[in-house]
Design a protein around this ligand. Structure first.
Ligand SMILES: [Zn+2]
Length: 217
C-alpha cells in the first residue's frame, strides 16, 4: 500500500500559505485569549463526520472528543487511561462549557460491528471491549425492531445509542451537578452522512426531530 502522507502534507502547505495567512490575526488572538469553547462535542472517529465542518466552526469554537461509536463510558474512577472521561472532566470542570453535544451518525461502523461475530485477537482486543458500550442500544433495538430489515435496525441502534450515551454522561458528578443547576445543557444529535442533515433528540416527546428545517425545502 502506498503512503498518503504526501497528499496530507500538500493540504497543510495550502493551509499555511492560504488559510493561515488570511486569518493570521485571528490565530494569534487564539493564543493571547486562550480557549473558551462554545461546547464539548463528542463524536465518532469516522472520517466522514467532521465536527467543525458540519457546524461551521472555527478554531477555538469546539472542544472535541472523538472515539469509535461516539460512546461515553459510565463514570468509573477505578478505570485507568480513559480519554473520553478525561475530556469530559476537563471541558466541564476546567473550561466550564455550557453545552455538551453527543453526535452519532448514519452508517456507523461501530454500531454495525455490534451485530457481527468478532473473534478476539491481539489486533482488536481494545475495540471489542469498547463496543460493549453499545450493548444496551443493541438490546433495545432488537426488542423493538426484531424481524425488521437490517438497515432499519442499524439506523435505530445508531439513534438509541445516543440516548444511552447521554444517560452515561449524567453518571459524571461534575456533569450531573451542573445539569441540575441549569448551568450545563446536554444534546443528542444524529448526523445523516448522505443527506448532510442533523436531527436532535427531544427528551420530552422521546423522538428525533430536525435540528433546523433544511434550507431550500
Ligand atoms: Zn461511527
Amino acid at each position: 500500500m502506498d503512503s498518503n502522507i504526501k497528499e496530507i502534507i500538500k493540504g497543510y502547505s495550502n493551509f499555511q500559505s492560504v488559510k493561515f495567512k488570511k486569518n493570521e490575526e485571528r490565530y494569534k488572538n487564539l493564543v493571547d485569549e486562550g480557549q473558551n469553547p462554545k461546547a464539548l462535542f463528542i463524536g465518532c472517529s469516522d472520517s466522514r463526520v467532521v465536527p467543525d465542518l458540519i457546524t461551521g466552526s472555527n478554531p477555538g469554537d469546539l472542544f472535541i472528543a472523538r472515539n469509535i461509536g461516539n460512546f461515553v463510558a459510565p463514570f468509573n474512577p477505578k478505570q485507568d487511561y480513559h480519554a473520553t472521561a478525561s475530556a469530559i472532566e476537563y471541558a466541564v470542570s476546567v473550561l466550564e462549557v455550557s453545552d455538551i453535544i453527543i453526535c452519532g451518525h448514519s452508517q456507523c461502523g461501530a454500531i454495525a460491528a455490534l451485530y457481527k461475530e468478532i473473534k478476539p485477537t491481539d489486533e482488536n482486543i481494545h475495540t471489542i471491549k469498547w463496543l460493549e458500550l453499545g450493548g444496551n442500544a443493541k438490546k433495545t433495538a432488537l426488542l423493538a425492531y426484531r424481524g425488521k430489515p437490517q438497515e432499519e435496525i442499524l439506523r435505530y441502534t445508531e439513534k438509541v445509542s445516543i440516548i444511552f450515551q447521554l444517560e452515561n454522561l449524567l453518571t459524571y458528578p461534575a456533569v450531573k451537578r451542573r445539569v441540575d443547576k441549569g448551568e450545563l445543557f446536554l444534546h443528542g444529535w444524529y448526523y445523516d452522512i448522505k443527506e448532510g442533515t442533523i436531527e436532535y433528540y427531544n427528551d420530552e416527546s422521546y423522538e428525533f426531530k430536525k435540528l433546523i428545517e433544511k434550507t431550500g425545502d
